[in-house]
Design a protein around this ligand. Structure first.
Ligand code: GLA
Length: 388
């Protein structure tokens, strides 16, 4: 069976009727530019082949019935929902999208929505953003309302803010919508524009290595990092008129405010200021096909995330240490919010199997973790198709 016919069958099994719309939205890895999106700076992610698939059909029930194949759970809520019904639950994302889409003129009278695909919930590859985008594309198509990719990305971010309580930036939703095969996206998170950067990685691959841990403190800690960045900006903007966003701050500006900045806030801001520079250098390295240079930047970002931004954890440090012992790993770092999740490693394709084996022996087996490492390639963004 093709994935499409599997979705058709699964939809019919869940709801007892045929679907009329299919949609899909990818997860992402971020090459570089971590914790930069909510500081208005540049980030360099790409969409991956792993994605959330959605299928939908319309009805007049006044409710949205949702089935998550990944979790084997179903929920039902009114189309005019205005607040999440359950704290920290997967359906909040879908409820948030329904709410945001109504604000964009997507007036549903009722719908059945099936969600599945090969992007596991909570896998550290932005599954929640992909869930929102897949649901959003499916429901907008169902209602026959044109919603631009940027509107959809913003709706996804707002849904996470208001229904899931995560003050995330826009990188994950943006790249899920705008992803393109063979290209990374250089997103300007201030202007909300992007350039496609060719990722001609002949002979080089990116491994996505799940750390198998996600520490519970991550959500509060993320919010705290957002607050530290705002605190740094407040101080710096007082001295440097015209500075509106932390991504505009130079090392010299930051150091000129050293005495007024709390040590922790200073280190958080130093990560942002140096990371913005690394993104520019990474784009140059990619343009020149200089993967060792790109790899060196990934190691630097990891150090900065561990030492200045303090979002690493013992397991990630251990996994990174295991990767650092190998000459065939050009660079590696944790991606996403922090405190676990996924590590990406840049390796020559001919050495990928040896590196995977090394991670299994040195990291997974001693911890008793069982995870799949996969090679990720830049892939297309979200889309929807009407079947009937
Ligand atoms: C999470 C958020 C993103 C971004 C990253 C860190 O993935 O959802 O908006 O802030 O963390 O770069």
């Amino acid at each position: 069976m093709t994935p499409a016919s599997q979705v058709d069958t699964a939809f019919a099994a869940a709801f007892g009727c045929p679907l009329t719309v299919r949609a899909e939205a990818p997860g992402r890895v971020n090459l570089i530019g971590e914790h930069i999106d909510y500081n208005g700076g540049p980030v360099l992610p790409f969409a991956i082949p792993q994605r959330v698939l959605a299928a939908a059909s319309a009805d007049d029930s006044g409710h949205v019935a949702v089935h998550s194949a990944a979790l084997d759970r179903s929920v039902r809520f009114p189309v005019d929902i205005t607040a999440p019904t359950a704290p920290s639950s997967w359906e909040n994302y879908v409820q948030g999208m329904v709410h945001e889409l109504r604000g964009l003129g997507v007036a549903l009278r009722g719908a059945k929505l099936w969600l599945g695909g090969d992007l596991r919930p909570g896998c550290g590859l932005s599954s929640s953003a992909a869930l929102c985008m897949a649901a959003g594309y499916a429901l907008a198509e169902l209602a026959g309302v044109e919603v631009s990719p940027l509107q959809m990305a913003r709706a996804g971010q707002a849904a996470e803010h208001q229904f899931a309580g995560t003050p995330c930036g826009i990188m994950d939703q943006y790249v899920s919508c705008f992803g393109r095969a063979d290209h990374a996206l250089l997103i300007d998170c201030n202007r909300l524009t992007h350039d496609y950067v060719p990722f001609n990685a002949d002979g080089v691959c990116v491994l996505a290595i799940p750390s198998s841990v996600k520490h519970a403190l991550s959500d509060g800690a993320y919010e705290q990092r957002v607050r530290s960045c705002r605190a740094a900006l407040d101080v710096i903007a007082r001295r440097h008129a015209g500075v509106k966003s932390l991504h505009e701050v130079t090392c010299a500006m930051l150091e000129s405010c050293r005495a007024e900045l709390d040590d922790e806030v200073h280190r958080r801001a130093r990560h942002v200021v140096t990371e913005v520079q690394r993104v520019t250098q990474a784009v140059e390295a990619l343009g020149a096909g200089d993967f060792p240079r790109l790899g060196a930047l990934l190691w630097q970002t990891q150090d900065s995330l561990r030492d200045d931004y303090a979002v690493s954890c013992p397991e990630i440090d251990e996994l990174i240490a295991a990767l650092r012992t190998r000459d065939d790993v050009m660079g590696a770092r944790m991606i996403g919010g922090g405190f676990g999740g996924v590590v990406i490693a840049l390796v020559r394709t001919e050495h990928a199997a040896a590196v995977e084996d090394h991670v299994r022996r040195r990291y997974y087996e001693p911890h008793g973790f069982s995870e799949e490492i996969f090679q990720v390639v830049p892939s297309a963004g979200a889309s929807a198709t009407r079947i009937a």
